[in-house]
Design a protein around this ligand. Structure first.
Ligand code: ZN
Length: 301
């Protein structure tokens, strides 16, 4: 049985979730939310009749702070933390991750993410692509799914998938959108990852942003894949006519807002989408992606 726990980061409901699954060997938590919201997740667990120490297993989709920032708190209580091989070094020694996040978030670091401390190596388990972890009677399959980040796993158990960020951001009844963030955006890898998720054939998809996806998994993935390609191509076309970061930032914010409205998002949801996935991030991500992977495609003509 899966429970979606709301981190209520910065007091906002429905933006960042952790997902708890009951097993015969304690709770498994899929992403933790940031450390700043540990108390809210603890309160959510108590509401269900559990204590934070009942979390014995923490599966991390990827190491960004909105997903894994709270993992060390659960490790401290004795949980084992499962992570992609490329993510593990950053959980053991978060210095580099903190430095690069500080370049983006500056003085807001503590307010947004709380404290980040290292996780001892003996509390970590590295999972390779297609590794299966048995917890009590539950089998959890890890699927390496780059695109949003190179160190990204999706997890499947029974008929469920925990999609991480590569499975899109979908808030309320709005449409699924792909969170493009620097520096590892890879459009072709993202498309391949969507195919891998599709092949699992699961009927329920849990998202860190936010909760159980509405509609069927395949229609969700169709709409997501369409946006991954269309958004990437939108940036390519603008780069070809010479648009730079300064022009692209307001233009993409407008393009995304219009796309969200067309996709059925209510006006008041636009700020929630912006909180879960700031549109300005996509600009730096896409510029870097095209210049690195297909420089010949974006020569201004
Ligand atoms: Zn995220």
């Amino acid at each position: 049985m899966a429970h979606v726990l709301d981190t209520r980061q910065l007091g906002r409901p429905g933006i960042i979730a952790a997902t708890a699954v009951e097993t015969t060997d304690g709770l498994a938590l899929f992403d933790t939310g940031p450390e700043s919201t540990f108390r809210n997740i603890a309160a959510g667990l108590r509401n269900l009749g559990f204590e934070p120490g009942d979390v014995r297993h923490v599966f991390i989709s990827h190491i960004h702070f909105d997903h894994a920032g709270g993992a060390w708190r659960f490790a401290e209580l004795g949980a084992t933390v499962y992570v992609h091989p490329r993510g593990a070094p950053h959980l053991i020694d978060p210095e580099k991750l903190l430095a690069s996040a500080t370049r983006i978030f500056g003085d807001d670091m503590e307010k947004l993410w709380g404290r980040v401390e290292s996780i001892p190596q003996d509390r970590l388990r590295i999972l390779e692509d297609r590794d299966v972890t048995r917890i009590g009677g539950l089998e959890v399959l890890a699927l390496a799914t780059p695109g949003h980040a190179t160190h990204h796993h999706v997890y499947q158990w029974e008929d469920n998938v925990f999609g991480g960020d590569v499975a899109g951001v979908q808030l309320g009844g709005g449409p699924p959108i792909p969170p493009f963030v620097p520096p590892e955006l890879d459009v072709e890898a993202w498309e391949e990852s969507i195919r891998k998720i599709r092949e699992l054939g699961a009927s329920k998809l849990y998202l860190p942003h936010f909760g159980l996806a509405t509609g069927t998994v395949s229609s969700h993935l169709d709409a997501l894949a369409e946006r991954v390609r269309r958004w990437a191509d939108w940036f390519r076309d603008r780069m070809r006519v010479g648009d730079d970061q300064e022009r692209l930032t307001p233009a993409f914010a407008e393009y995304e807002a219009e796309d969200l409205r067309k996709g059925g998002a209510a006006q008041e949801q636009l700020a929630d989408y912006e909180a879960a996935d700031p549109s300005c991030m996509a600009v730096g991500a896409a510029l870097r992606y095209w210049r690195k992977h297909h420089p010949e495609e974006v020569i201004p003509r």
